[in-house]
Design a protein around this ligand. Structure first.
Ligand SMILES: NC(=O)c1ccc[n+]([C@@H]2O[C@H](COP(=O)([O-])OP(=O)(O)OC[C@H]3O[C@@H](n4cnc5c(N)ncnc54)[C@H](O)[C@@H]3O)[C@@H](O)[C@H]2O)c1
Length: 273
């Protein structure tokens, strides 16, 4: 009988918790939650208690990597590159959620993964259209534009907003906070634009992918619109995301997308590009 895939989760917040539950609920036959790690030990303890399995808490990232075949990074854009490199160096596969942290280092990760015969998976996250963008990018792509609308509250911890002196509580009509290329957007809003990073990787890169970020106090959902012009097709897509119960900055779809990626890894038949 084939050994179960041992999964380690780094980051026990909204996404980590949902994925951990899904592993226990939906993938028991093929996979096993082997280890949890969080820099905030209380978070790991809380999740382990919810899962009734205190034994799975790792005291360090290295110890988690040792016990896992596949690492799911659901921590932070400041840490995702280091976590991924450590895991790849040990020959482990990695699913990355904090895509903003790795988008500028794809060549390095490709080389490292190849050298160690590991794989890096980047779920589509909170948007649709990644499948067609991957395909049309095999030919000429003229334009990729992402317009993201969020409630002003979503930008509360943004350093850029603080520096600019923008009073989020005073925003009464739709306000463009940023328009520019994806590289700048990711740098200025690392927690808000993982989707811009994923689009850039799947398509025409950070410099040519354009991003508009709008704060709108009329909406409660995170809305992403994607417009693509290419030789093969013109594509317009719009996603109105329900927010995650435990973290209103995170879209529920992003969590489901990670779980669907995991299902894809575990199943023999793969659907979609
Ligand atoms: N790809 C996407 O579409 C998408 C969508 C939403 C969120 N995200 C990203 O996924 C990540 C997790 O999101 P979330 O909603 O679960 O966040 P969260 O704040 O609820 O949880 C993050 C957890 O990671 C822990 N953490 C932070 N740095 C760490 C480190 N260096 N090592 C170990 N643990 C660490 C925190 O203590 C926290 O418990 C974030 O970076 C977020 O930006 C990606």
């Amino acid at each position: 009988m084939k050994r179960k895939l041992r999964i380690g989760i780094v980051g026990c917040g909204a996404i980590g918790t949902s994925i951990a539950r899904a592993i226990n609920r939906e993938f028991r036959a093929q996979a096993k939650l082997a280890s949890l790690f969080d820099i905030d030990r209380k978070k790991a303890l809380l999740l382990a208690a919810k899962l009734k399995n205190k034994g799975i808490i790792a005291l360090s990232l290295d110890s988690l990597i040792k016990k896992s075949d596949l690492i799911i990074e659901a921590a932070d854009a400041n840490a995702s590159l280091a976590i991924t490199k450590r895991a790849l160096n040990k020959g482990r596969d990695v699913i990355i959620m904090s895509v903003g942290g790795i988008v500028s280092h794809m060549d390095q990760l490709n080389t490292l993964a190849k050298k160690n015969r590991s794989r890096v998976y980047i779920p589509s996250g909170a948007i649709c259209g990644i499948d067609s963008l991957k395909a049309i990018s095999l030919r000429k792509v003229k334009k990729v534009v992402l317009t993201t609308r969020k409630n002003p509250r979503s930008f509360e911890d943004s350093e850029y907003i603080r520096r600019k002196g923008i009073r989020l509580d005073k925003i009464k009509k739709d306000t463009v906070l940023f328009y520019g290329d994806a590289r700048q957007a990711i740098k200025l809003f690392p927690r808000n634009v993982n989707v811009a990073a994923t689009l850039s990787i799947a398509g025409i890169g950070q410099a040519r992918t354009k991003v508009k970020i709008i704060a709108s106090n009329r909406i409660k959902r995170n809305i992403h619109e994607i417009y693509i012009e290419s030789e093969a097709a013109k594509i317009s897509a719009r996603v109105e995301n329900s927010l995650h119960r435990d973290n209103p900055k995170t879209s529920f779809l992003a969590v489901l997308s990670a779980i669907a990626t995991l299902r894809q890894i575990l199943q023999p038949v793969r659907i979609g590009t």
